[in-house]
Structure formats: structure tokens, C-alpha cells
Write a protein that binds this ligand. Structure first.
Ligand code: NDP
Length: 283
């Protein structure tokens, strides 16, 4: 018998309108003939609790939580997967029998995208930011064998705390550097990552206060911001002869992992990549 009741997944964030994940997920589900929907929801911090109750009441398979909920969601969860526990932030929640399990797939998506260009093993890395994305990336890079990680963040307390956690919980040598005006990237850096929200549409004219002449040709410069894919940060890196890595690969790879957690199915990465390019007006 035909069922008119789809399975539900989605995202809780603020501002949801700029988040293209819905286009990626729905294209992936459709290409695999799955009757699953992905609903992009605008959820303000004061309503997160009610949104979570609603998802449970409606039998959702799970949901993503993006800005600003990745840490606030922790208090509503019954269980944390090991990497989410280490990272201390959750971007994906799986609902099973009314129980909420928190996962973190941000860092895994980033490392998988990076591996297509270079092995993270022994990388000497500078990461700007100390929020959820930076933490996920720092931990996963450390687990993937990055040798040295320098955290640079606007608020020193948050940056120092992250550096201390990565240093003590992983094999990587991780330290904090204050974000001085016109920050100069250390000479030996092979990977430089913008893991702040600087440059995200509609604030795409903003960029990091970094001396771009300190970019080393041949090094990899990455951005977590997927929209626009080519940020001012990446334009500057390419002009300096660096290899640029957009936030798109990270987004598609983590979407694949999320769908697997919710449905048990592996979706078509190429279809999802094309859907993202189309959503961002690149195809
Ligand atoms: P958080 O709010 O947890 O952290 C934001 C970070 O950006 C903090 O380090 C904050 O510094 C810094 N920051 C914000 N504004 C400024 C500014 N004006 N100057 C300097 N630093 C600033 O956010 P997330 O870590 O969750 O997300 C960060 C970005 O990553 C977002 O743009 C998000 O969309 C993107 N992202 C992309 C993914 C992908 O798949 N491509 C996946 C996950 C996230 P401070 O600590 O001082 O406030």
C-alpha cells in the first residue's frame, strides 16, 4: 500500500535561510529513492527545547544542529558518541526510540575533504577559531596524525582552552597564539584553516585580519564557510600560490555521514555535490 507519510530529518539553526544543506540532503534522498525529507528550521536559542520536543513527538529520525545550538544541545541528549564527547559539541542528533544520541560529523567531513588533496599526517596546522567547527577540526586532525596545531582565536580564553584540551587529549602538539592585528602565519605551516564564521554570506565582504603576504606558496589554505564557496580568504590564498579548499567538500562529506546515521543508507556523493553547486548558483 502506498504510504503518504515520509520519514523526517532536518536542521535547527539561526539563521537557517542561508544554509544550503537542505538542497544537498533532499537530492541525495531522492536519488536513492528514499521517502525521507529534510526540513530546514529557523530555531532561536530560547525555542531549542521546544524544537527538540517537537522532533521527538513527530518521530523524526534525527536532525542537524548548526549555529548557535551545537553546544546548547548537549543538555537535551541521552548519550554522546565518542568523538562528540571528545569534541564537546554536537552537529548531528540521532533519535532512536525517543532517545537522543549526539554525534559530531563536522571534523570527519573536513578531514575526508582534505585527504583528497593531501594526507593530514604530520601536517603543521594553524586553525583560526575556537568554536564548534574549529574544535571538531582540531580534534579530527590530531586523530588523523597532524603533528603541530596552533589555535588562533579572537577571545583568548576560548582559544587557550581548546589548545589545552587538544594537547592533553591527543598525540598532537597543540598550543594557542594570540590573534595580534595583521597576524603573520608561521613559516613552517603546511595547512591553514579558517574555522571562524568570518566571510559567511551576507557578510562575505568580511575576512580575517591576517597578513596575506605570510601565506606560503604550496601550502593548503582551507575555509569552513560554504557560502560563498570562494571567500575573500581563499581568493587571497590562491593569489599567494596556495592550494585552496572550500567549505563545500566538508559539507558534502558530513552530509553523507549524517544520512548514514539516520537511514543506514549511503547516498550518492556526486549527486549531492552537484545539488550543492546548483543551490549556490555554481552549476
Ligand atoms: P561558533 O559560534 O561555535 O564559533 C565561531 C568562531 O568564529 C569563534 O571562534 C569566534 O570567535 C569566531 N568569530 C566570529 N566572529 C568573529 C569576528 N568578527 N572576528 C574574529 N573571530 C570571529 O561557530 P561554529 O564553529 O559552529 O561555525 C563556524 C563557521 O563554520 C560557520 O560559518 C559555519 O557555517 C561553518 N561550518 C561549516 C561547515 C561545513 O560543512 N562547511 C560545518 C560546520 C560549520 P570568539 O570565540 O572570539 O567568539
Amino acid at each position: 500500500m502506498t504510504s503518504f507519510l515520509s520519514e523526517l530529518t532536518g536542521s535547527f539553526s539561526q539563521s537557517a535561510a542561508e544554509n544550503p544543506t537542505v538542497a544537498v540532503m533532499e537530492a541525495g534522498y531522492a536519488a536513492s529513492n528514499l521517502d525521507v525529507r529534510y526540513i530546514n528550521c529557523e530555531v532561536v536559542p530560547e525555542k531549542l527545547s521546544e524544537a527538540v520536543s517537537g522532533a521527538i513527538a513527530m518521530g523524526w529520525l534525527g536532525f542537524n544542529c548548526s549555529l548557535p545550538h551545537k553546544e546548547a544541545i548537549l543538555e537535551y541528549l541521552d548519550e554522546l558518541a565518542p568523538s562528540a564527547q571528545l569534541i564537546g559539541a554536537v552537529n548531528t542528533v540521532v533519535i532512536k526510540n525517543g532517545r537522543l544520541v549526539g554525534e559530531n560529523t563536522d571534523g570527519k567531513g573536513f578531514v575526508e575533504a582534505l585527504r583528497k588533496v593531501r594526507d593530514p599526517k604530520d601536517a603543521r596546522t594553524v586553525i583560526f577559531g575556537a568554536g564548534g567547527a574549529a574544535r571538531a577540526i582540531a580534534i579530527e586532525l590530531a586523530l588523523a596524525g597532524a603533528h603541530k596545531i596552533t589555535i588562533v582565536n579572537r577571545s583568548p580564553e576560548r582559544g587557550e582552552k581548546l589548545a589545552q584540551q587538544v594537547d592533553s587529549r591527543t598525540e598532537a602538539d597543540c598550543s594557542f597564539a594570540p590573534w595580534t592585528p595583521g597576524f603573520s602565519i608561521p613559516d613552517d605551516s603546511s595547512l591553514v584553516v579558517n574555522a571562524t564564521s568570518l566571510g559567511f554570506y551576507p557578510h562575505h565582504e568580511e575576512t580575517l585580519d591576517v597578513d596575506f603576504s605570510s601565506f606560503r606558496p604550496g601550502s593548503i589554505v582551507a575555509d569552513v564557510v560554504p557560502n560563498p564557496p570562494k571567500t575573500k580568504w581563499l581568493h587571497a590564498a590562491e593569489e599567494a600560490g596556495c592550494i585552496s579548499l572550500t567549505g563545500i567538500g566538508m559539507l558534502v562529506n558530513q552530509a553523507l555521514v549524517n544520512a548514514r546515521l539516520w537511514t543506514g543508507e549511503t547516498l550518492d556523493a556526486e549527486v549531492m555535490h552537484q545539488a550543492l553547486n546548483k543551490a549556490l548558483g555554481l552549476a
